[in-house]
Write a protein that binds this ligand. Structure first.
Ligand code: HEM
Length: 389
């Protein structure tokens, strides 16, 4: 471990303060102005209820720590680094011959209030290695394979999840590089997908790479207590890495695209409405004349009393991995969602969507299930304390 006293002092000074959180709404990345993001400490981790920022990386780690004590050190180190990186400050210099303690990517002073860090644990952390088997929450399993999935094991699961979000790509990469450096020998990266959220075009919720606004219908802030947070302040995270077969998509007409989704492409309005936030009225259209029964939004959320408890908080990020071996564009969606319980929320929704016509244009190939740990309360607390002590 490098000496991190002065960088840490900056963290203690700045990390606890009540900087304003960006709004909860699925609103536009660019509306998350230059004001400081929320501080590191709190009942919940950051990066869930805030409006998505323009740049995010989702990273999964394998833990290679050999025992519970080393795992605890790892979680303390991740906590310290997250606290320091979110607070900002001047990193310690190194001795004349030692390597610099900071990559320098963000210049001599790391700006504070610019980063959100969200850490989770996967079911595999509760195997025999750390004596945690009896502590695995029963509802946390490995992500199963769903019909129409084409999962690549190299892009699935992991002992830890780390999500880093910021306005700028360099801030995300600086934080990832710092955390990877400080955790070397205890954790190694298993997979990583970088994502972006576009500016609103021309307004409203940002669009995904199919051209549709994505994130419109999400639970209201007042519903997060019952739908998203576990009793101790954590949440369950589902990550699905979903390629979009854009070459096929771009060959179908706009009205077919809109029937597949159930919304107008340009305005984002449901097909029975005029404006993005109009509520679809499925009950008035029982045979699906206007919004097909098989459309994505109708299957995902039929808006019945029986399905109200299945709702999830979705946070989508576009990804671009370049070009595949066949010369096709490798684009897609990092679908993430948060919920209090995966089987009765994400899995219920996924089950309804399993044979939706949209499956011809998308290919899920990776992801995982994670328990996002409760927030870090203060300078003495650390991620996973309740689990490990
Ligand atoms: C590449 C894959 C996907 C694409 C392109 C996509 C696209 C969309 C679009 C355009 C909307 C309408 C706008 C909005 O309310 O955000 C939507 C809504 C929604 N999607 Fe997806 N989605 C994808 C995957 C998924 C998955 C995997 C799930 C969950 C299993 C899901 C669940 C939902 C839900 C719950 C809604 C809101 C429905 C409502 O309340 O009206 N989506 N999606």
């Amino acid at each position: 471990m490098t000496d991190r006293r002065s960088f840490l002092r900056g963290a203690l000074a700045a990390g606890v303060g009540g900087v304003a959180a960006a709004s909860v709404s699925g609103a536009a990345a660019s509306e998350a102005s230059a004001r400081p993001l929320r501080g590191f400490h709190g009942a919940h981790q950051a990066g869930i209820e805030e409006a998505p920022l323009p740049r995010t990386t989702v990273v999964s780690f394998d833990v290679i720590a050999r025992n519970r004590a080393e795992l605890t050190d790892l979680m303390r180190t991740i906590t310290d680094r997250a606290r320091v990186l979110t607070a900002g400050g001047v990193p310690d210099g190194a001795g004349i011959s030692g390597p610099p303690t900071d990559s320098g990517m963000l210049g001599p002073e790391v700006p504070g209030g610019n980063l959100l860090v969200t850490v989770g644990v996967g079911a595999s952390l509760f195997d025999g290695r750390f004596g945690l088997a009896a502590r695995r929450p029963d509802r946390l399993t490995a992500m199963p394979t769903f019909p129409n999935d084409a999962l690549d094991p190299a892009w699935c699961h992991g002992d830890l999840s780390l999500q880093l979000s910021a306005r700028d790509e360099d801030t995300v990469l600086h934080a990832l590089r710092d955390i990877a450096r400080h955790t070397r020998g205890a954790a190694q990266i298993r997979w990583r997908m970088d994502g972006f959220v576009s500016p609103p075009r021309p307004s409203g919720t940002p669009r995904n790479l199919l051209g549709f606004r994505d994130g419109t219908a999400n639970p209201a802030p007042a519903d997060l207590g019952k739908l998203v947070w576990t009793p101790d302040g954590g949440s369950f995270l589902v990550v699905r890495l979903i390629r979009m077969l854009v070459e096929f998509w771009d060959r179908i007409g706009i009205s077919e695209q809109e029937q597949l989704i159930g919304r107008a492409r340009d305005s984002g309005a449901p097909l029975d409405g005029d404006r993005e936030f109009d509520e679809p009225k499925f009950a008035a259209d029982p045979i699906g004349k206007v919004i097909p029964l098989t459309s994505h939004i109708r299957l995902a959320n039929p808006r019945t009393p029986q399905t109200a408890g299945n709702r999830i908080l979705r946070r989508g990020f576009n990804y671009d991995r370049g070009v595949d071996a066949a010369g096709d564009l490798d684009l897609g969606l990092i679908f993430t969602c948060y919920q209090r319980d995966i089987p009765s929320q994400f899995e219920a929704v996924q089950h309804r969507l399993k044979d939706e016509p949209l499956v011809d244009y998308i290919r899920p190939f990776g992801g995982g299930y994670f328990l996002v740990l409760p927030g870090v309360r203060d300078a003495k607390d650390y991620l996973g304390r309740a689990l490990l002590s």
